[in-house]
Design a protein around this ligand. Structure first.
Ligand SMILES: O=C(O)CCC(=O)C(=O)O
Length: 309
């Protein structure tokens, strides 16, 4: 069951999203909206939607105020690096006009993803109990957990990829939870999904398995092996991908409290943050599996910049 939402059709909204120097225009018919799901429909129905569409967008799954307060906690710490506009509420996440020193921001971010507070956010009972049900057993949360912030007016955008490329050392029954930490309007460049692409990703992975079969075990599971594009990306050209696979990029106005689950084969990307109010985009992406399935040992450490995953 999907939730009826008052969404202005993309064509009327005159969206023009940018990623890696390419423009995704609403006028091209290659842009559409994700369908939200009411978490109240129950886990079986949620699982069916996830399998059918490669994603499920759980609307208002977490307490909104808790998520916003956590945003304030993160940006309160990051404010010390000069990332946040002086005199503003960290919960608003208003980016300072001057770019902060990258090294300071990186050091702060690496501390934050090792913090008890972040651990608690990711392991909050509502989420962990749901994941047990969703995975029909005891859920395991990978230690390598990523928190991303995107400054408005920069060219930062995640190229198109599917997650299994980085997780080939264990089970393919991985579930990614992408959680907006604060509201993320379409213009702020949240995740965008290539409609129906979980089947495309599965086919690509079959082809890579064939090409990779003669590589050493270490190389075979690497996203950076000789058969992959640089960084393991499928492409940086989002409009071209939608044409090539005759499909659309689906976008959403995410709100604090929403949780997005996606399949490890689902192709996704992000666009740049063009927020006119200068708000930072903050999100986390974390991965779950059934504890009894094989675990990719490379993900048993905290996220480190340059960890080649
Ligand atoms: O947040 C992003 O820009 C990328 C997140 C991502 O790739 C993921 O959730 O798997």
């Amino acid at each position: 069951m999907s939730i009826p939402m008052q969404i202005m059709p993309v064509r009327q909204r005159e969206l023009s999203l940018v990623a890696n120097g390419k423009v995704l225009s609403a006028a091209s018919d290659r842009l559409g909206y994700l369908t939200p799901t009411d978490p109240g429909i129950g886990v079986d129905a949620i699982r069916r939607l996830y399998e059918e569409n490669g994603y499920v967008w759980l609307k208002g799954f977490l307490p909104r105020q808790y998520v916003i307060d956590f945003r304030g906690w993160v940006f309160g710490h990051m404010a010390k690096t000069g990332l946040i506009e002086d005199g503003t509420d960290p919960r608003d996440g208003i980016s300072s006009a001057m770019a902060p020193e990258g090294r300071d921001v990186d050091r702060c971010l690496m501390s934050l993803v090792r913090s008890v507070a972040y651990e608690g956010f990711c392991a909050q009972p509502r989420l962990s109990r749901f994941m047990d049900e969703f995975l029909s057993g005891i859920s395991y949360l990978h230690k390598r957990k990523i928190m991303r912030h995107v400054r408005p007016g920069t060219t930062t955008a995640t190229p198109a990829h599917y997650d299994l490329v980085y997780l080939r050392g264990g089970t393919s029954r991985i579930v990614t939870a992408w959680i907006p930490i604060g509201d993320i309007s379409v213009e702020m460049g949240g995740l965008t999904y290539l409609e129906g692409s979980h089947t495309i990703g599965a086919e690509m992975e079959r082809e890579f398995s064939e090409q990779n079969k003669d590589l050493s075990p270490e190389e075979r599971i690497s996203a950076f092996n000789r058969n992959m594009t640089e960084g393991g990306w499928v492409s940086k050209d989002l409009p071209d991908m939608a044409e090539r696979f005759d499909t659309r990029w689906l976008v959403a106005d995410y709100e604090a409290g929403d949780v997005m689950l996606h399949s490890p084969f689902m192709i996704h990307a992000s666009t740049t943050n063009q927020d006119s109010q200068h708000r930072l985009r903050l999100s986390t992406d974390i991965r779950y599996q059934n504890v009894e399935d094989e675990i990719d040992a490379r993900w048993n450490n905290h996220w480190a910049l340059g960890d080649m995953l």
